[in-house]
Design a protein around this ligand. Sequence first.
Ligand code: NAP
Length: 250
Amino acid sequence: MLTFKPTRTALVTGAGRGIGKSIAESLARQGVTVICVSKSADSCGATAAAIVAAGGKAKALAVDVSDGAAVAKACEQLLAEFPVIDILVNNAGITKDGLMFRMSDEDWNAVIQTNLSSAFFWTKHLARPMTKSRWGRIVNISSVSGIMGNAGQANYSAAKAGMIGLTKSLAKELASRTITVNAVAPGFIKTDMTTEFVNNTEVSSKILEAVPLKRFGEAHEIAAMTTFLCSEEAGYITGQVFAVDGGMAM
Ligand code: NAP
């Protein structure tokens, strides 16, 4: 049983599908009001509608998280409505895989901007009111690729490793205001991002050779760790990276 004050508000990026949707729904089940952000209005709208239909509190907001000016504008509007957003989960992410010699500058920049710079943009704007209220939880969804590296994912691994550095630096900067900053590093989780691998028997059996628990993870298993890190009970944990990966990054 986890403790959440009934007044808590969270913002989850990439909440339209997969891991982000599961995190948004899990926080809502704890009584948290959840602002669901995704690129398309349809996808975050569907998550917010599902939360409300289940008796929770949610709002949908379509924002391109890779666009710093768009994030700044969204935060200004949100902070006029919610005096403080207590919980921030930086989850939105994309892949544009390819071996380095074939990776375009566009694919490098898109992945860094969407997966890493976005976390900086949201945190910069939303952490200030958290410092005033002297309470906050920030969780960055990194990846096992950011810990171990992965051939064909130089852009993605760099962004996800960057999130770990960001997490540790901000944990130190914000600790005096009782704001914790942690990272969760998923392994291979069954979502739209991994459908291609999971549904290919040859590729999936190769991947599972490297997973001691011999199965793919589920989005709710990432949501469970993230929800715990956002709870009152996790108040003495900051600057840490939690691999939820079936034992891959041991
Ligand atoms: P997913 O199913 O592909 O969903 C990605 C979500 O991010 C979608 O809601 C999407 O919005 C949103 N998004 C992407 N680009 C965006 C942008 N520019 N602006 C706003 N929203 C954007 O991915 P997932 O598998 O749930 O992954 C979630 C996070 O976990 C990612 O950061 C990913 O790197 C990380 N992760 C995943 C795995 C895995 O195995 N699945 C493993 C390690 C780490 P729309 O719905 O509007 O398209």
